[in-house]
Ligand binder design. Structure first.
Ligand code: HEC
Length: 138
């Protein structure tokens, strides 16, 4: 009995392992669950996490520091004047609030480009204005 129980455990472990292997990551840097939502609601046609397509990169949206609720509202009622140089986005009212919120939370999590992530120990948030002289040297 003990033996077969051990075998059962091994089988379960194997099953879990192979399940993980099968759950392939999507080709790009989009998590599988977000990829599913992006595809379902066609966001993927115009948006990428770190790349400008028809619409802005989500990382750039994240930099605007909207609340999650604000992003949900913007999905339903885009404000094209926020993005000069882009065509206006059509209101995506068909997205259920729950899914819109999931996308919003993810979009906000993309703040800070991956390149910068590694060395982000500085506290000052003034890095935006690199060109303007922030130093007031005499
Ligand atoms: C047909 C192309 C297209 C599709 C599809 C699309 N977008 Fe957009 N999106 C844009 C463009 C263009 C902009 C910038 C202009 C604007 O905001 O109207 C934008 C802007 C945004 C913004 C920034 C809003 C702001 O005011 O800063 C968010 C957030 C966003 N999209 C999320 C989504 C989500 C989520 C989906 C899917 C449910 C989606 N978009 C589908 C083209 C698209």
């Amino acid at each position: 009995m003990k033996k077969s129980f051990g075998f059962l455990l091994a089988t379960v472990a194997l099953t879990v392992a192979s399940f993980n292997v099968n759950a392939q990551a999507p080709a790009s840097d989009i998590p599988a669950d977000m990829n599913a939502l992006m595809s379902k609601y066609t966001c993927i046609a115009c948006h990428r996490p770190n790349q400008r397509l028809v619409g802005p990169a989500y990382a750039d949206v994240a930099k605007k520091k909207y609340s999650n609720e604000e992003i949900v509202n913007l999905i339903y009622n885009p404000v094209p004047s926020h993005w000069p140089g882009y065509p206006p986005m059509a209101p995506m009212k068909q997205v259920p609030k729950e899914d819109a919120m999931k996308l919003a939370v993810w979009i906000n999590s993309l703040d800070g480009s991956p390149a910068k992530k590694a060395s982000s120990s500085k506290k000052s948030s003034t890095s935006k204005s690199t060109k303007s002289s922030t130093k007031k040297s005499a």
